[in-house]
Design a protein around this ligand. Sequence first.
Ligand code: SIN
Ligand code: NI
Length: 254
Amino acid sequence: MSTASATATLPAESIAAYRRDGFVHVPDVLDEAGVANARAAAVELSASMESLRYKGEPFTQLVNAWQHDERIRAVTLDPRIAELAEALAGMPLRLWHDQILIKQPQRSTATEFHLDAPYWPHTGARHWLTAWIALVDVPVERGCMTFLPGSHLGDDFVSVDLENATALFDAVPELRWRPRVTVPLRAGDLTFHHGRTAHAATPNLTDQPRVAHAVIYMDAAARYSGAPHVVTDPLGLETGQPFDHELFPRVLEH
Ligand code: SIN
Ligand code: NI
């Protein structure tokens, strides 16, 4: 089953914008049926999925949901999204993991500014990027993403608490003064952001849940660093080994 309506091509300006800014908005990637299927699956899983589930603030997080539902698997392994990701990264990628991210209605908790890649047990990765897919309309007041353009080009690589509004800026004061770009999305749109791009999400002040699906890719040549992480802890990987494991497929085989 294919869920994407966009062709897997990006205008050259989008690739240039991603490389300059560390994020890019790609409209209309999932069609209405694809969005409806994935949203229904996400909501069902949030009630039933026991493993790798976090239900607190700033979001309900279901990790590796593609292992639990065919409808989510169709999105996570959608080759057209992976093709877009490889075009942006400019290198072969593999799946790192996916996450359903639900901000419950009427919660004032933002996802505070952070970088993603410092949380991950990777060594030698030249690139990571996340496709953050809106499964409902996500205007600013429902919890959309905000990015600091160009922040992925800096040397700072800090892991901060994403519930602490000042932690990233205390660690990297220069970022406090950067312009911010907030990107509301229609259901079926996505943004890609680089694993080093500083980003945040607004609170969900509406009466509807904010339902998003994040598909995270890494350099296919990355190796396991041995650092603790919920995805890799149970797998018994050897430090320094490549991520040759069924949980980390090359979505596109060349
Ligand atoms: C969110 O969905 O609230 C944040 C996602 C992210 O940090 O990548
Ligand atoms: Ni993040």
